[in-house]
Design a protein around this ligand. Structure first.
Ligand code: ATP
Ligand code: PRP
Length: 217
């Protein structure tokens, strides 16, 4: 039996069809039920080297998925690379890029931002404080980080911050708020991750599952 941490929200919408293509049948619809553990079953796929496998699917906030996988409470997880970079990958194996929920992590500021007064520390609002800290440390730039949990684009509009570090996909949210991306930090997509101990202990089964997911992409 494997325990699998699913991210609620955008990623769930894209990963449920993938589970279906793999033949993994969930006993409840995670988008409807209030249950947080959903039993699931995958019939044997001798063609893919997979034995019949039972799963327990955990339905989690995206940001909590790496925590469950790192502690071994979940064997596998689907999670955005942004969340993984922010959390850190200690004890976690990144197995596969699923190429879904693609977006970019950028620095953005007001389109009409004035040049900054020298000597004043840059104020950066973000929910990705670890990524931002590391990014500006590499640039050798001193910044004051302001932690937010959403609607980051508001911060420069109301002078809470000079810049934001946030996700951009279509660019509509930036444009609608008079902002523009000025620096690219990373390309983001959903990843299949595994707990390090599970990866070593169940290596053959983990590889077979990873390869069968890869074939469905
Ligand atoms: P939480 O609820 O824990 O704060 P969240 O609100 O970021 O997480 P979602 O909005 O469902 O959760 O996003 C999940 C993942 O989807 C993100 O981690 C990122 O990898 C990706 N993502 C976020 N925003 C976009 C977007 N606009 N377009 C495409 N992918 C996105
Ligand atoms: C995400 C992200 C941006 C927006 C980017 O926000 O934080 O605000 O999507 O997408 P776009 O470039 O296609 O406009 P989300 O909808 O998750 O809301 P949030 O601000 O509450 O995180």
């Amino acid at each position: 039996m494997f325990r699998f941490a699913l991210s609620k929200g955008r990623i769930l919408k894209d990963t449920l069809p993938l589970l279906e293509k793999l033949g993994i049948q969930l006993e409840d619809d995670p988008e409807k039920t209030r249950k947080l553990i959903i039993p699931a079953h995958m019939p044997a796929r001798p063609d893919l080297g997979i034995k019949a496998t039972d799963f327990e699917m955990f339905v989690l906030r995206a940001t909590d998925v790496p925590t469950f996988v790192q502690h071994g409470t979940a064997d596998f997880g689907f999670v955005g690379k942004d969340v993984l970079l922010e959390h850190g990958a200690d004890g976690i194996y990144e197995l596969l890029d699923l190429h879904i929920a693609k977006c970019r992590l950028v620095v953005a500021e007001m389109e009409d931002a004035l040049p900054r007064t020298p000597g004043q520390p840059l104020k950066v609002a973000t929910k990705f404080v670890n990524i931002a800290r590391q990014y500006y440390a590499q640039k050798g730039e001193q910044v004051q980080l302001i932690k937010l949990y959403g609607s980051m684009e508001l911060a420069p509009l109301v002078q809470l911050a000079d810049k934001i570090v946030d996700i951009v996909d279509t660019g509509k949210t930036l444009a609608a708020n008079g902002l523009r991306a000025t620096e690219h930090i990373a390309d983001i997509s959903t990843r299949l991750i595994a707990n390090g101990a599970t990866y070593r202990r169940e290596h053959a089964q983990v590889m077979a599952l990873m390869n069968s997911i890869r074939q469905q992409l």
